[in-house]
Write a protein that binds this ligand. Structure first.
Ligand code: AMP
Ligand code: GLY
Length: 420
C-alpha cells in the first residue's frame, strides 16, 4: 500500500515505524525521525483540500491522521469524500475530544459512567457548583477558544480563579466535576464505527515533575502493560465504555471511525471515564506500539474500510515497555528552543532501545530542539524493571542543555492498588 500519515510528533514517529513495515510511507510534514522511515512531504496536514489533492495525485491507499488539528479541520471528511480510506474520525465525530460537554452528553445517552459535572457560564453558577462538590475541586476549560486547561485543587480560591480566567475568554465555558479517586489508565480502541478492538492498556505521566508534582504536560513518560490491572480489564472497558459510545455515535448519524482514546480512572466503584480523545495518545503510543506484533497498517486499513469484524485477534509481544520523555528547558511553560540535541545514536546502542523524535529540527551542524517535548527514549525488556533500566540508560546518553525528564516513570508500577 501507499500510505500518507499526517503529523510531526513522537507519536507519528512511532506510527511511521509501524506503518512502513510492509508499505510505502509518506509523512506530512513529518520530522527528522520519520524522514528515516519514509518520505517527508511539504503538505499542510490541516488543509483538507491540499491533503486530498496530494493523496489523489499520488495513488494513496490509506490516510492515517495522527494529531487532533486535522480532524477538527475536517481532513477526514474531505479524504473520505474522495473515496480514499482514512483512519481518523470526521469533524463531527471528533467532537468527542473537542467538546467535553458533548462527550458528557454522549456518555449520558450511552449509559457510560463518568464524573458528575456541572456546566457553568457565569461565576454565580460556579459558586453553586463548587458548593455542591467536596474538595479536591476539578475545574475544566470547555470554551470555544479552549486550550484544555484543567486544574485539580483543594483550594477554593484557586478553583474560583481558574474558573474566572476561563470564563473571561471569548466564548468562555467550563465544567466543574466530581473528583475521581484512583489510578489512571489510557486505553486505545481501534474502531471502524461498529466493531471495537482494544490495544493494551498503558499509563501516562502527565505532571512535569517526579511524584506527580508540577504543571500538567502533554505527558512525560509511559509504560505498558499495567501489572496491577485485573484480568479482562480491556474487555470490560470495551463492553462498558467504548462499544456503547461507538454505538451511540453511529445512532446519531456521526459514526466514529479511528482511534477512540479512553482516558479512565479505576475507582473503588468501578471504571470511570475522564475524557475521550479522537486520536492516539502521545507518549503512550510509542510504548504500546513497540509491543504490537500485528501489522499496524493492516489493522488501521481494516478500520478505515469497515472490516474490523473479520480481523484476526491482535498479536502482542510478551515484553514490557517503558518510555521516558526528555523535554526542553522550561517546558511546559515557555520551552527554550534551539539547543543542540546530542547522543541519539548512542542512546540507541542500549539493547531494545529506540529514540522517538518529537520537538527536533535539523540544525546547521546537528539537530536542535524545536518543541517542548524533544524526544522520548523507549525500551522493551523481559520485565518493566528491565525496560525501565534500559530506557534510563538511554536517557543518560542524551545531552541537551537545560533539558529535564522525570526519574520515576514506572518505578511504582508494582505498588499501585485500586482503592477498595
Ligand atoms: P483532562 O484534560 O480531562 O484529561 O484532565 C487532565 C488531568 O486532570 C487528568 O489526566 C487527570 O489527572 C485530572 N483529572 C481530570 N478530571 C478529573 C476528575 N474528575 N477527577 C480526578 N482527576 C481528574
Ligand atoms: N498522553 C495524553 C494525550 O495524548 O492526550
Amino acid at each position: 500500500m501507499n500510505i500518507l500519515l499526517l503529523g510531526s510528533g513522537g507519536r507519528e514517529h512511532a506510527l511511521a515505524l509501524g506503518l512502513a513495515r510492509n508499505n510505502t510511507l509518506f509523512i506530512a510534514p513529518g520530522n527528522p525521525g520519520t524522514k528515516l522511515v519514509g518520505t517527508n512531504i511539504a503538505v499542510n496536514p490541516n488543509d483538507p483540500v491540499e491533503v486530498t489533492k496530494w493523496a489523489t495525485d499520488n495513488d494513496i491507499d490509506l490516510v492515517v491522521i495522527g494529531p487532533e488539528a486535522p480532524l477538527v479541520a475536517g481532513v477526514a471528511d474531505a479524504v473520505a469524500a474522495a473515496r480514499i480510506p482514512v483512519f481518523g474520525p470526521s469533524q463531527a465525530a471528533s467532537m468527542l475530544e473537542g467538546s467535553k460537554a458533548f462527550a458528557k452528553d454522549v456518555m449520558e445517552s450511552a449509559g457510560v459512567d463518568t464524573a458528575a459535572s456541572v456546566a457553568c457560564k457565569t461565576m454565580s453558577e460556579v459558586e453553586a457548583a463548587l458548593a455542591r462538590f467536596e474538595p479536591p475541586y476539578v475545574v475544566k476549560n470547555d470554551g470555544l477558544a479552549a486550550g484544555k486547561g484543567v486544574i485539580v485543587t483543594r483550594e477554593l480560591d484557586a478553583a474560583r480563579a481558574h474558573a474566572r480566567a476561563c470564563l473571561e475568554a471569548p466564548g468562555g465555558a467550563i465544567l466543574i466535576e466530581e473528583f475521581m479517586d484512583g489510578p489512571e489508565v489510557s486505553l486505545f480502541c481501534v474502531t471502524d464505527g461498529k466493531t471495537v478492538v482494544p490495544l493494551l492498556p498503558a499509563q501516562d505521566f502527565k505532571r512535569a515533575l517526579d511524584n506527580d508534582e508540577g504543571l500538567n504536560t502533554g505527558g512525560m513518560g509511559a509504560y505498558c502493560p499495567l501489572p496491577w490491572l485485573p484480568e479482562g480489564f480491556a474487555d470490560e472497558v470495551v463492553a462498558k465504555v467504548a462499544q456503547p459510545v461507538v454505538d451511540e455515535m453511529a445512532r446519531r448519524g456521526t459514526p466514529f471511525v479511528g482511534l477512540l482514546y479512553c482516558g479512565l480512572v479505576v475507582t473503588r466503584r468501578g471504571i470511570r471515564v475522564i475524557e475521550f480523545n479522537a486520536r492516539f495518545g502521545d507518549p503512550e503510543t510509542q510504548v504500546v506500539l513497540s509491543l504490537l506484533e500485528t501489522d499496524l497498517a493492516d489493522l488501521l486499513f481494516a478500520a478505515a474500510t469497515g472490516t474490523l469484524a473479520d480481523f484476526a485477534p491482535l498479536q502482542w509481544s510478551e515484553a514490557a515497555g517503558v518510555g521516558v520523555v526528555v523535554s526542553a528547558e522550561n517546558y511546559p511553560a515557555t520551552p527554550v528552543l534551539g539547543d543542540r540535541v546530542e547522543g541519539i545514536e548512542e542512546a540507541e546502542t542500549e539493547p531494545n532501545t529506540r529514540v522517538y523524535i518529537a520537538g527536533v529540527s535539523e540544525g546547521e551542524a546537528c539537530p536542535v530542539t524545536s518543541g517542548g517535548r524533544v524526544l522520548m527514549v523507549s525500551a522493551t525488556g523481559k520485565t518493566l524493571a528491565q525496560a525501565r533500566q534500559r530506557a534510563y540508560a538511554g536517557v543518560a546518553k542524551i545531552s541537551i542543555r537545560g533539558s529535564h525528564h522525570r526519574t520515576d516513570i514506572a518505578t511504582r508500577a508494582d505498588q499501585i492498588r485500586i482503592p477498595c
